[in-house]
Each structure stands twice: as C-alpha cells, then as structure tokens.
Design a protein around this ligand. Structure first.
Ligand code: ADP
Ligand code: ZN
Ligand code: ZN
Length: 730
C-alpha cells in the first residue's frame, strides 16, 4: 500500500478541530487510525491519535510539520471507539483531541507503551507438529505433553496441573519441538461458565427475559423497585451473551458500588470479571483497559468513564441506576454516559438495559414514545412487602435537633427490636452556617455567594463550592461577641445528636467526609451488615444501591430543599432520592417503614409521591414539563460564562445570544441570567439557555456558535462552556 500524503491527528488542545501532519520521514509504513503518535505542537511535543490517513491536496496554507514518532505499531484505539468518541465530542461540543485523550487511561495518554496483558502459552513448533502420533514410546510424560499441545496451546500452570513437570517442558523446548507465545487469554475458554446455580426466575423476570433480544439494537428500560430482581436480570442476560462468546459492559453510578457488584458477578460467573474506574492505580487501569480491548475480560464493570472502554466483542451494555446524576460529567467533556451507551449500543447492533427503581423522565418519555421498550418488574422477591410511607408535619411536631417525636419513637422501637434505622439528610458538616447573635454577622465565603459550613470535628468552616476554609472562630470576627450560634443541621451534628439520644446503639455516619480513607466505607458497610441494632446517618451516598439486610426504618429529616429547589429538575430528583432511600428499608424479610419530615406536607408533589409512588409523580411531572416546554419535551443546552468581572461574563452571553439569533430562527433563548450560585471561586457566573423543540437545529447552532465564540477577542477573558442536555442548572 502506498504511503498517504498526510495524516489527520487528534491532538489534545482546546481548539475544536483536528490537525494535519506529514508522515514521519523515517517511517516506511502506513500508520493505522487509532495509533498514537508524538507530534510537534507550537513549541511543545504532544501525544495525539491518528484519525485518518489522506492523500491529495494538503489542506491549509501553512507548510505542515511532520509526525515526530509513531508510538503504536498496532492501533491502540479500535475504530468503533474512535467513531464513538468523535460523535460524543461533536454532540457535547468538546474539542475532539481532548475528548479522545480523555477516553484513554492516563498512562497511555502520556504515551507509555501499551502493556502486555496476555498469558504465556506453550504450543507445538512447526517441527513439533510434524511428530508422528506414536512419538516417545518410552517417555509417556513427553508423549502426553505433545498430545496435550496438539489439542490447543496451554499455559505452564495448565500443564503442571495435568502432571507435566517443568523438566519435561524444558526438555522438549531444548529440542525445538515446542515454543512459547504470548496469547490473550480468551475469557470464553476457561472452565464452566456458571460458578453458582442461579435462582429460578419468577414470573416477571421470565417475561422480561423472554422479551430481551440479543441480536439487534434495542434499549430496554428495566423499571422495578429495589429488590424486585433487576440485578438478577442483568446476570441472566449477561450469561446468555457470554455463551455467545461476547462481552458485557456494566455501568454503575459510584466507585463504592463496584466491589459489591464485582463480588456478586464473580460469584456467578466462572469467567473473568473486572472493574475499571478512576480509583484504580494507573498501571492496573491501563492493563484492564487493554485486556478488555483484547477480549480477555468477560464482564467489565465500571463507572461513567467506562462507557468509552474498548471491548472487542461487546454483546450487551447495562446501565444500573440509569437516573443517577453521576452519569453526566459536570465539567470539561460534559457527556452523559447513559446517552453515550445508547449511541454505542445502536451502532454495535446490541441490546442496552437501563435499570432503575426511579427512571429519569428522559427515559420514561423515550419509553412512552416507543423508542425504548419497558420491562416492568413489580414482584418483590422474598416475603418483603413494599415499604410504608408516613409524612410528619414539621410545623406541628416538637423537634429535638431536627428530629420529631414520632421519628425518635420509631428509631427507638427499631433499635429495641434489634433492627437498624437510617437517617438521611443531604448536607454534610455540622451546621450550615455560623451566626453572631449580637451583630448578625454570618460566616460567608469570600470567593462565593454562599455561607461556610461548620465542620466541628475539623474545627473549621469550609466552603462546599470552592473548598475555601478557615479556622472556626471562638468570637465574632466583627464585634468580638462570644454569642455565636450554629444554624442548620448537617450529618455531623445529626450523628452527635443520635449518639446522645441512643447511647446503646452504634451510630455510623456515611458521607464524603467520613469515608475518605481507602477502605473506610467498606469497613462501615461491613460493620452494619454484620447485623445487630444500629443507626446509619448520611447523605445521598446512602441512597445508591447499597444493600442493608437488617434495615427496617428510613427517616428523611427534611424534604423541603427538593420541593423548593430553583432547578426545574428539583422535584424529579427529590422523588428519586426519597424513593431510593426508602428502598434501603425492608429488604430483608419484613416490610420497611419510611418517615418523611417536611414543612410542606400538603404540597401536591409530596402527597402524590407518598400516596401513589414515584411512577405517579413522574407522570405528573412529565405533564408539567410538556406544558412548560421543558426537557424531555424539548432539547436544552446551556452556555455558561464566568469571569472576575460580572460585566464581562454577562456581555459575552449577550453577544452570544445576538449571534445565535442571527443564525437560527428556531432556537429559543433565555438570558443572560445570573447563575443560581452567582459567584463561585471569585468568579461571577452567568447562564444563557438555548432550547428547541427539535435536537437537530439546536445542535447545528451550538456547533456554529462554538466556532464563533472561539474567535471572539472578548471571549478570552471569560471562561465559557457549552453543556448539551444539562442536568444541573448551576
Ligand atoms: P434489584 O437489583 O432490583 O434490587 P436483586 O436482583 O438484587 O434486585 O434481587 C433482590 C434479592 O432477591 C437478591 O438477594 C437476589 O438474589 C434475590 N432474587 C432475585 N431474583 C430472585 C428469584 N427469581 N428467586 C429468588 N431470589 C431472587
Ligand atoms: Zn458579631
Ligand atoms: Zn467558596
């Protein structure tokens, strides 16, 4: 094959384009797309990925520079993944070079050599294959080795377990009859597929499994409360895929859930199950990535970024807790792993399972329109009934540190019965503010438009938005008064209160502060799951998928934040959060009890949720969104801008709106408006919202707008970013 005139290379740069380079002068071979190369870029040298080889007129006026060095002989990134990442870069308006770099493990991004993941195996050499069947009549072990290798190559370990000693192997090696090769162990060839006997599926599960087709693209929305057997469906579906010799990709929302999922999947399957997430060491991550690519892993479990993991023979994708906010990256490359999975499954022609007890309105909407197929699970396994919900009116209840009398009584009863209770509040720290009783000074963040949270154990006040922190003052910094009041309640304070009120029971706090250590979350979960009475107090970390077999009671300290949220998704999220927390209760053999404290007990959304459940709430919210012209009925994007001077950020958005209006008559604009958190980290923040009844025109405009903004001189002093399908209106 002749050499191309030039290559198109994705270079990690903030510019929204690919770059062109001449072939390296001393390289006689054609470089395949997906291979890494070192290229000169300005005065630096960067690692880029070749996306295309081209011949003909060289684009651009300037003389092209040549590629310095080719890193990979074989393409590192499979073609399927190149296409997927480039689609995502386009859709989410991210520079393609940065997007492509970000899907690589950091080790490989830097240009390190691709790690070897295969196992060394022995096979017959050409001479060995020519041996007669009755070779070595007086050396039965040697004969056995030849016979074994006639079947298939074997690792040294396999040979040893067949009774072949190292001496025998060496003897035949020295005679040139056998040789060693590095082969990627194929996950399908090892032992029996099932390591345990799965339970008989119940009626709902049988129906769902019968509906699942493996040989074509279809997204299925697997909607079932916690404990209705969704994970069992994943396992069954994966079993079928593995039997076809194909691989499964499973996305979970949290790193902390990966060990639990890994354990359950490893117990089921005899083939190799692996995890991939940002908490792994660099080398381990790169090795897993390459092993998955080469087919050495049967089931890959990972968090958001694993949506871009390479898999040679992908047969199914599963997204567990598909509604979870963590699937959307909130900065930089703002992709939604769930939506990337949809695109990936479609182009691979394979099924995608989206599982949740509380599906997002987006997915429910897609199911209602017939784009996704709904698989409904309603039967709880075991004897457990659905939890009972009760509302507690905070206006009338006597409170002790945020806990009402009925809640305290319920916790007491639960502990007395030897069972466990969970207390949920979505704020870490001790108090939400520090107030001077005499002069009304309030501890605020100097860089953000927000109050500092009091963290008593650390004796500091910390900004939860920019991380700014200062020592906890003993006296008011303004008037010197010692009358400082700690307002509001965080998990740290609730923990203290519960310890005082229930000294006989262990109280375990689970939030980002208390689980910082490498194994501290696992240790805490193990402690609670070892049984006996106890109280768990924590944030939404508790709401995500963990199993607590001895938990009977969930208390939601305050539902009001969600009801009063300025974000149009606030009530959807509240419904999801409360239902997920409730799902933690009563997983054993008895029904759980859920107490929701609120000042707005007669709020229509709260009553729908408590009386009729999440499904009814979601239906109602979908109608409201349709009436208001909000997603999922319309396509939405945000242009965010932040600058040291508020005026600069606002002016850039005004200009963007002007440009946008001149480019498209179909897209609707709202703003510039100050962001709900108007100042963060010393920068003023503004939003411009862009919406359209159809995705196409909106995305055309976004692409054109990005190019125009890139070239505006006034955009240089402003940090701006586009967010397609934003999940948070911050
Ligand atoms: P989900 O993922 O919806 O929370 P799981 O699949 O984890 O539900 O199932 C809840 C519990 O019920 C698990 O302990 C699981 O092993 C068990 N289970 C699931 N399906 C069955 C079944 N058909 N028969 C018996 N036990 C089942
Ligand atoms: Zn004061
Ligand atoms: Zn701050």
């Amino acid at each position: 094959m002749s050499l191309p005139d030039y290559y198109e290379v994705a270079v990690p740069s903030p510019l929204r384009r690919l770059f062109h380079y001449l072939p390296p002068p001393d390289h006689g071979q054609r470089i395949a797309p997906g291979s890494r190369v070192r290229v000169p870029f300005g005065s630096r040298q960067l690692v880029g990925l070749v996306t295309r080889a081209a011949s003909g007129d060289i684009p651009g006026e300037r003389a092209l520079r040549a590629i310095d060095q080719v890193i990979d002989d074989e393409p590192l990134v499979p073609a399927e993944l190149l296409t997927l990442a480039r689609w995502a870069a386009d859709y989410y308006q991210h520079p393609p070079g940065e997007a492509l770099a970000s899907i690589l493990p950091s080790l490989l991004r830097r240009g390190d050599p691709c790690p070897q993941t295969g196992a060394w195996q022995w096979q017959l050499s050409v001479r060995g294959r020519g041996l007669p069947a009755d070779v070595f009549p007086h050396a039965p072990r040697r004969r056995q080795l030849v016979d074994l290798l006639r079947d298939a190559p074997k690792t040294a370990a396999e040979l040893r377990s067949a009774g072949i000693s190292t001496a025998i192997i060496r003897a035949l090696d020295e005679r040139g009859l056998i040789e060693r090769l590095l082969s990627h162990s194929d996950f399908t060839v090892q032992g029996p597929l099932l390591a345990e006997q799965p339970p008989e599926p119940h009626a709902d599960q049988r129906q769902a499994l019968a509906a699942l087709e493996l040989d074509r693209y279809q997204t299925y929305l697997l909607h079932g409360d916690t404990g209705t057997g969704k994970t069992e469906i994943y396992l069954r579906a994966i079993e079928r895929v593995l039997r076809l010799g194909r691989q499964a990709l499973v996305l979970v929302p949290e790193i902390s859930l990966t060990p639990q999922t890994l354990a359950r999947f490893e117990a089921r399957f005899g083939c190799s199950v692996a995890i991939l997430h940002s908490g792994l060491g660099e080398v381990e991550r790169a090795r897993t990535w390459v092993a998955a690519r080469d087919g050495g892993i049967g089931v890959l479990i990972g968090t958001r970024s694993a949506a871009f993991a390479p898999l040679r023979a992908l047969g199914i994708i599963i997204v567990d807790e598909e509604h979870d906010l963590s699937y959307k990256q909130q900065d930089g490359f703002r992709y939604s792993a769930r939506d990337v999975a949809v695109v990936r499954a479609r182009s691979a022609g394979i099924p995608l399972l989206l599982g949740s007890a509380t599906p997002s309105l987006e997915s429910l909407h897609n199911a209602a329109r017939g784009r996704y197929r709904t698989l409904r699970l309603t039967q709880r396994t075991g004897a457990a009934a659905a939890p009972r919900w009760e509302l507690i009116d905070l206006r009338r209840a006597g409170l002790r540190e945020g806990l009402s009398a009925p809640a305290l009584e319920a916790i007491g009863d639960t502990l007395a019965a030897g069972r466990q209770a969970l207390v949920f509040l979505n704020r870490r720290g001790y108090a939400t503010a520090l107030l001077c009783h005499d002069c009304a000074w309030i501890g605020g963040c100097p860089h953000c438009e927000t109050r500092l949270t009091v963290h008593l154990a650390a004796a500091r006040m910390i900004c939860h938005h920019c991380g700014h922190s200062r020592p906890l003052p003993a006296r008011c910094p303004d008037c010197g008064s010692a009358h400082l009041q700690q307002l509001g309640q965080g998990t740290e304070r609730a923990e203290g209160t519960l310890r005082e009120l229930f000294p006989q029971a262990p109280v375990l706090r689970i939030d980002r502060d208390s689980t910082r250590g490498r194994r501290s979350l696992e240790t805490k979960l193990a402690r609670i799951n070892s049984g006996g009475p106890g109280i768990l107090v924590g944030t939404q970390m508790l709401a995500k998928g963990h199993h607590f077999p001895d938990l009977d009671l969930a208390v939601i300290l305050n539902a009001d934040d969600g009801l009063m949220s300025p974000d149009f998704r606030g009530s959807e999220r509240l419904g999801q959060l409360l239902t997920q927390v409730a799902g933690r209760a009563g997983r054993g053999d008895r029904p759980g009890r859920v107490l929701v404290q609120s000042h707005y007990c007669d709020h229509p959304l709260l009553s729908v949720l408590v009386e009729s459940g999440y499904g009814a709430l979601a239906e109602r919210l979908l109608h409201e969104r349709a009436a208001a012209g909000m997603p999922p009925h319309t396509a939405l994007a945000l242009l965010r801008a932040e600058a040291r001077a508020a005026r600069q950020a606002e002016a850039l958005l005004a200009k963007a709106r002007q440009i946008g209006e001149s480019l498209s008559a179909r897209v609707q604009f709202l703003g510039p408006l100050p962001a709900p958190l108007e100042k963060r980290g010393g920068r003023y923040r503004f939003l411009l919202s862009l919406s359209c009844s159809h995705r196409g025109p909106l995305h055309e405009l976004l692409a054109a707008l990005a190019v125009r903004l890139e070239s505006l001189p006034e955009a240089r002093q402003v940090r701006w970013s586009l967010d397609a399908d934003p999940q948070e209106m911050l």
